[in-house]
Structures are given as C-alpha cells and as structure tokens.
Design a protein around this ligand. Structure first.
Ligand SMILES: Cc1cc2nc3c(=O)[nH]c(=O)nc-3n(C[C@H](O)[C@H](O)[C@H](O)COP(=O)(O)O)c2cc1C
Length: 239
C-alpha cells in the first residue's frame, strides 16, 4: 500500500529585518507546519534577493500565453506549482503588501502560468495571506480598509488565479513600542498563537472561515480585466 505524500507548503516571507515580528512569525509557522507533517519550502524574498522590478522579459505577451519568462521567474513559478498550499507572511504597509511582495506577484504570478488558461494551473491549492498590522481591528473595520485588503488579496489575486480556498488574516496591534517591556513577551506569544490558528489546518476555530474548494467560476483567458464588484464584502480579517 502506498502512503500519501506529505503536503508541500510554500512559506513566503517579506520583511527586511530578520528579528522582526514578521520573521519570527514565519519561523514559528515553519516549525509548526513541519511538526504538522508538511514539507516546507521557505521563500524569504529579502534574503533571496528577489528583484521586484518587472522588466520586459517578464512582461506578459497577451498574444502568447506560453511566453518563456526569465529563469528567475520560472524558478519561482516552479516553487508555486510544487506547493499544495501557499502561506504568505508580511507586514501591512500602507494597507497593502510590501513592494518586494507586490513585485513577486507582478513578476511570478504571470499570464499563462497563474492565470489566462481555461484550466487554471493553481486551482486546488490552499492559500493563506497573513498580514501583521500595527493598527487595531477596530480601525480596519471602521473605514473598510480591512475589507479592501481582503478583496485585493483573496479575490484580486488568489481567486483570480483559480485558488478558491484562500483566506486573509490579520494579526493586529503588532507595534510593540507602546507596550510596557514586561508585557511584550506575552503579547508576542499571543500573536504567534493567533498566527498558528490562522495557518495550520485543523487549528482554525471557525470552519465557516474557510472558503469552499468547489464552485469555481469561469477563468480569465486573457489579461486581467475590470471585474464586477464581488457580492461578498465581508472581510475575513481576524481580530
Ligand atoms: C512603511 C510602513 C507602512 C506601514 N503601514 C501600515 C498600515 O498601513 N497599516 C497598519 O496597520 N500598519 C502599518 N505599518 C505598521 C506595520 O504593520 C508594523 O510595523 C508591523 O506589523 C510590525 O511588525 P514587524 O516587527 O514585523 O515589522 C506600517 C509600517 C511601515 C514601516
């Protein structure tokens, strides 16, 4: 009898500092995912020197979805293709993702690979966006920026590329400078526990927080085009 192969997790982290809370969160998740039986491919975009600038070689050719992109982009695409689940850990900067992560999406989540095929190559994967936010949950809820970030990443990137099982989670109040020193270790532990709950399958408290794997929508065949406003505006941002 053949055993089931372990699930492959691509763990992406985007932060310039190795002692950041973001980096610590990624390190913790790497350990926990491994304990959970996953084979983790850690992609530290800063550490690997990923260049976020899109150059002509990686610009989509709308008339050729089989265009051969740069070796760097192809190598990254292979890592995405090999993954059963993709976990992206990042600090929220200007209510969005850091430039290095945006550039990774721009260059690697490219036409013909991530989208533009009637049978999306990334369909069936699971994706978790885990953002660390200095501001509190109330701020994100009050002005709609949490919902905007959720739509941008879950719908605008993941679902657009055929990944229905995608969620966006935020860890809030991550700025520790205002927290008394003696309270910081407990605060960090609480945030790391939230991260584990958000990312590790089976540890998520609310099953309703998961998107179904079925019910796929028609896939874009060509370039990204303006899409109708999604009917679901509820954010999956966690408190
Ligand atoms: C350039 C920059 C922009 C930021 N923009 C936001 C923001 O829009 N919303 C927010 O909640 N926090 C924002 N922050 C705060 C970061 O999210 C916070 O510093 C980070 O989550 C702390 O974790 P770290 O130690 O891993 O950097 C910003 C921080 C920087 C440096």
């Amino acid at each position: 009898m053949r055993s089931t192969p372990p699930r492959q997790t691509l763990l992406v982290v985007a932060h310039p500092r190795t002692n950041s809370l973001t980096a610590r969160t990624a390190a913790r998740l790497r350990d926990r995912l491994t304990e959970d039986g996953a084979v983790v491919d850690l992609l530290d975009l800063y550490d690997e020197g990923f260049d976020p600038r899109l150059t002509p070689v990686d610009e989509p050719d709308w008339e050729n979805r089989d265009k051969l992109y740069s070796p760097e982009v192809r190598a990254h695409a292979d890592r995405i293709a090999a993954a059963d689940e993709i976990v992206v850990v990042f600090p929220v900067w200007w209510y969005s993702v850091p430039a290095v992560l945006k550039g990774w999406i721009d260059r690697v989540w490219n036409y013909g690979f991530a989208y533009g095929r009637s049978e999306p190559r990334l369909a069936g994967k699971r994706m978790v966006w885990l953002g660390l936010a200095g501001a509190g949950a109330a701020d994100y809820a009050a002005d709609g920026l949490g919902a905007a970030l959720d739509l941008q990443l879950r719908v605008g990137v993941s679902r657009f590329c055929g990944i229905e099982d995608a969620t966006v989670h935020l860890l809030h109040d991550t700025e520790l400078s205002g927290v008394p020193a003696h309270q910081r270790p407990a605060r960090v532990l609480a945030l790391l526990a939230q991260a584990e709950t958000a990312v590790i399958p089976g540890r998520s408290a609310a099953p309703s927080d998961r998107s179904p794997r079925s019910g796929r929508e028609p896939r874009p065949e060509h370039r990204p085009a303006p899409r109708p406003q999604p009917e679901h505006h509820g954010t999956r941002v966690s408190a």
